[in-house]
Design a protein around this ligand. Structure first.
Ligand SMILES: [Zn+2]
Length: 320
């Protein structure tokens, strides 16, 4: 059994694990992500530290895969830009190769997660997959005929900044009306907070859950309220689902996958989100009624998908 280490570098945590050929995580560890004011070397130290700890327990690993939130160049060696870190055109693979004695591969975290869901999770057996990750923003990945589609510069799959509302909400990217302004975790929290701040009578349940402090409201609190039967929270999630369906219909027009896998924190809402998404998707799909419809399913591997995928991709690359 060939083992590989996978590392997922997120905005707050660096998670690492030893992953076997069936996608099982045998050993795991984690560290806080160094603040973005820190030099690139500090993040490297954290990665090396995680690898050493895991290797002390399983010395027989064959490769190290690193999934990073950011733009990873198509050479899978360089991080072009990572919003949460100080990396700007960082030659990560070469820097780490001097310190880690194993083949190393760097991959965008959403690509790694999509790969994992295809190999071991919600999209097993599918040939054409589009993954949509709903976190603070929206990230994603495209896998066609069993291969990740990275684009000429490695930046394909940044679906969050497709425009869905002309002249809509302002986005951090500088444009207006981006999809992630309507269908992400941030959008959910923004809308829910606005209702509390407006003292809306329909937001009583939500307000009570945070003692009226709107800034303490989070996505999971809204999901929990919806599960407990709060009509407003259910409606807020349905609205996010509706916008999700609109964007997915656009993606179907472009890529025609057999399965959409919905991951990220908001996907924990399950059918409260996916039901409305499927409904809108069906109403907006190009050629509806005359074409097969893609399935829309929840991701299955949770927040370990990134590290599992990174490990598997690195192992495959090393064995070629
Ligand atoms: Zn944007």
């Amino acid at each position: 059994m060939s083992l590989a280490i996978g590392i997922d570098i997120g905005g707050t945590k660096v998670a690492g694990g030893v992953v076997d050929e069936d996608g099982q995580v045998l050993v795991r560890t984690r560290r806080d992500t160094p603040h973005r004011s820190k030099r690139p070397r500090v993040v490297e130290d954290t990665i090396v530290d995680v690898v050493e700890e895991l290797r002390a327990q399983r010395p027989d690993i064959t490769a190290v895969g690193i999934g990073a939130a950011g733009f990873v160049a198509a050479d899978r060696a360089t991080v072009v830009f990572a919003p949460h870190l100080s990396w700007r055109h960082e030659p990560l693979r070469d820097a780490l190769s001097k310190r880690i004695d194993a083949p190393i591969l760097v991959e965008n975290d959403a690509n790694a997660a999509c790969w994992a869901e295809w190999r071991f999770g919600a999209a097993q057996g599918e040939s054409d997959v589009v993954m949509v990750n709903l976190g603070t923003g929206i990230g994603g990945a495209i896998l066609m005929h069993g291969e990740l589609i990275r684009g000429r510069y490695g930046i394909a799959g940044e679906f969050g900044h497709m425009q869905v509302v002309p002249e809509g909400q302002r986005c951090e990217c500088g444009n207006r009306g981006c999809w992630e302004q309507y269908a992400s975790g941030n959008a959910l929290v923004r809308e829910a907070r606005a209702m509390i701040l407006a003292n809306s009578p329909v937001a009583t349940d939500l307000a009570a859950r945070v003692d009226g402090r709107a800034d303490e409201l989070t996505g999971p609190i809204v999901t929990e309220a919806a599960r407990d039967g709060d009509a407003t929270s259910t409606e807020l999630l349905a609205e996010i689902g509706h916008w999700l369906g609109i964007g997915i219909a656009n993606l179907a027009a472009a890529f025609d996958p057999g399965t959409f896998v919905i991951g990220g924190g908001v996907s924990a809402a399950g059918e409260l989100l996916l039901g409305p998404a499927r409904e809108t998707f069906r109403r907006r799909l190009t050629g509806r009624g005359y074409r097969p419809e893609a399935q829309i399913v929840a991701a299955r591997l949770g927040n370990e998908a990134g590290l599992i995928g990174a490990a598997d991709l690195a192992r495959n690359e090393a064995s070629e």
